[in-house]
Write a new protein. Structure first.
Length: 261
């Protein structure tokens, strides 16, 4: 049900929604933005609670997704929609959603789990890309250790293309993540540029957690006694890879080993 039509970018509600692009405001309100039909539909399918749906008829392709009657729907013209949006070309749909549980305890693993652990990832685009890859390979979970970026950042949501809502996600400190993997008897395989063993020489067919670190500093020393170092071979002059690329290579190597041809 449409509660209000808004045509001014100075409208107080528009201003409050636009502020959700700031991490501090997201933390204070427990809300975040989801831009785009595909992303909103995936969030709804995953059970993410939608507080308000913003719709711009001039930009909308098709009809808005069907939501619970309790969801407030506001119709915005292009200018206020552009003020709320992060994207340069605003979508026809933006949802204001409630942040969901990211505690480690809510992660339920399968019989032979494959988990991605991303430590101190700074760039929202990298984190979103990792979520997409984790979903593509059917990973059981993604654990963000000592996160340097907010997983509810609109750019994470955008880069994940909705995978943020498809793969079980948890945030923790590195010590918490270490305790968690050890309690579940997960082998930890970490991407280290100077590792003596190449990644395809390590058996990843059993319960495994794949660990990647920040591009500038790599994996922290806290994992030294836990992780098996794995090298991603590089024949060129570069001494490191993009963090999301490293995660994708490790994940797909694990899938290759586990796959029955």
């Amino acid at each position: 049900m449409v509660a209000e039509h808004i045509s001014s970018p100075s409208n107080p509600r528009v201003k409050s929604f636009a502020k959700l692009k700031k991490a501090r405001v997201r933390s204070e309100t427990g809300l975040f933005l989801i831009e785009g039909r595909r992303e909103v539909e995936r969030a709804v399918a995953a059970g993410v609670a939608i507080d308000t749906l913003l719709v711009c008829r001039q930009l909308l392709d098709g009809t808005p997704p069907r939501l619970a009657e309790s969801v407030r729907v506001l119709e915005l013209t292009e200018e206020p929609m552009g003020k709320v949006a992060v994207r340069q070309n605003p979508p026809g749909i933006i949802a204001v959603a409630r942040q969901f549980n990211t505690e480690l305890d809510q992660i339920i693993l399968g019989e032979n789990p494959l988990v991605l652990i991303a430590e101190r990832v700074e760039k929202p685009g990298n984190l979103g890309a990792m979520m997409r890859t984790a979903d593509a390979v059917g990973a059981d979970a993604v654990v963000i250790a000592d996160s340097a970026t907010d997983v509810f950042n609109p750019n994470v949501v955008r880069a994940s293309q909705g995978a943020l809502f498809l793969v079980p996600l948890a945030m923790a400190t590195a010590p918490e993540a270490i305790d968690w993997v050890q309690a579940r008897n997960l082998q930890v395989v970490g991407g280290y540029p100077a590792a003596p063993i190449e990644m395809w020489s390590i058996d990843m067919t059993g319960p495994t957690a794949l660990l990647v670190g920040a591009e500038d500093t790599g994996i922290s020393t806290e994992w030294d006694s836990v992780a098996t170092p794995a090298q991603i071979p590089m024949a060129g002059s570069s001494d490191s890879l993009n963090a999301s690329v490293s995660a994708a290579l490790l994940l797909y190597e694990a899938v290759r080993q586990r796959r029955s041809w």
